[in-house]
Design a binder for this molecule. Structure first.
Ligand SMILES: Nc1ncnc2c1ncn2[C@@H]1O[C@H](COP(=O)(O)OP(=O)(O)O)[C@@H](O)[C@H]1O
Ligand SMILES: [Mg+2]
Length: 280
């Protein structure tokens, strides 16, 4: 992912010039969010009073144990799941149905094997009722930018896991959303591919400055990527701690190998030891 899309290459809007400072407007606001699932008389309390604000252009990583409600939170923000109570706003508006100014990437890229790479990207537009033809050049450019320029006619089964996930990222960004949400996107990849994807994702985000919520199990992955790491408790999910990561970008080898980086990872590990998620 070297050269990346043209959209925000010129001066970004004022609110996005310093997303990590106080200047960025609030993009996502979650207040006292509760989520209970009821199935066959069994109630699962998934989220218990979640409060979170994410500023425009911010990169927030959410890390927490399996089942603590991370995916549930993303689905609620996306407007794909009605919530039990609380306030959820995107761009200052209450979320009452599926959001359109949004791209989502899941752990599994979910590509259609009977469509080639380009058509897998364009399906996003078809599903949104947009004219896919108008986005063809952008799709080709984005695919080239993520190193898939020569693969647009290939079928998903001809690609490696990392390449498939790059297609899913392009598909999520094809309509140029201001919000990208990724749910353990690199969870199925080997360690080396995962590290390269992390590096390339940071480059992409540094150029585009969309708001990015990145859900992961990986403590060091969260620290390496995020402006702030949100540490969640076991179910029912609450926010245990929010840790601002004051490390310079890009997060290169020197940064990731620094003592400060390790201290951040230790701080998160200690949260998980305190609440019994990690036991030595
Ligand atoms: N549609 C659903 N119906 C019933 N229970 C659900 C549903 N979706 C999620 N849950 C439960 O809510 C909890 C949180 O799930 P999830 O958000 O997927 O966790 P995470 O993504 O953090 O692993 C889990 O116990 C899960 O089984
Ligand atoms: Mg999940």
């Amino acid at each position: 992912m070297s050269v990346l899309p043209q959209q925000h290459d010129t001066a970004p809007p004022a609110s996005m010039t310093d997303p990590r400072g106080a200047g960025g407007s609030v993009h996502i606001a979650i207040r006292d969010l509760q989520q209970r699932f009821e199935r066959a008389g069994m109630v699962t309390h998934a989220l218990d009073g979640l409060d979170l604000e994410v500023r425009a252009g911010e990169l927030v990583a959410v890390v927490g144990p399996s089942g603590c409600g991370k995916s549930t939170m993303l689905r609620i923000v996306a407007g794909l799941l009605p919530f039990s109570s609380g306030v959820v706003q995107v761009g200052g508006r209450d979320v009452t149905g599926p959001q359109t100014d949004l791209g989502i990437v899941f752990q599994s890229p979910v590509l259609l094997d009977w469509r080639n790479v380009l058509d897998n990207v364009l399906i996003q537009l078809e599903l949104r009722g947009l004219d896919a033809n108008q986005y063809r050049d952008r799709a080709k450019q984005l695919l080239a930018d993520v190193g898939l320029g020569d693969f647009q006619d290939r079928r998903p089964r001809e690609l490696s896991g990392g390449m498939r996930q790059r297609v899913a990222i392009v598909r999520a960004l094809i309509h140029d959303p201001t919000l990208l949400m990724m749910d353990e996107p690199f969870g199925a990849l080997d360690a080396l591919t995962r590290e390269q994807m992390r590096i390339d994702l940071e480059k992409l985000w540094l150029r585009q400055r969309h708001t990015l919520i990145f859900v992961t199990h990986g403590i060091s992955e969260a620290v390496a990527l995020a402006d702030r790491v949100v540490v969640m408790t076991p179910r029912p999910g609450r926010i245990e701690k929010i840790i601002p990561i004051a490390l310079e970008r890009p997060r290169n080898q020197a940064v990731v190998g620094s003592a400060r980086f390790t201290e951040y990872c230790d701080e998160i590990t200690e949260c998980f030891m305190r609440n019994g998620v990690i036991r030595y």
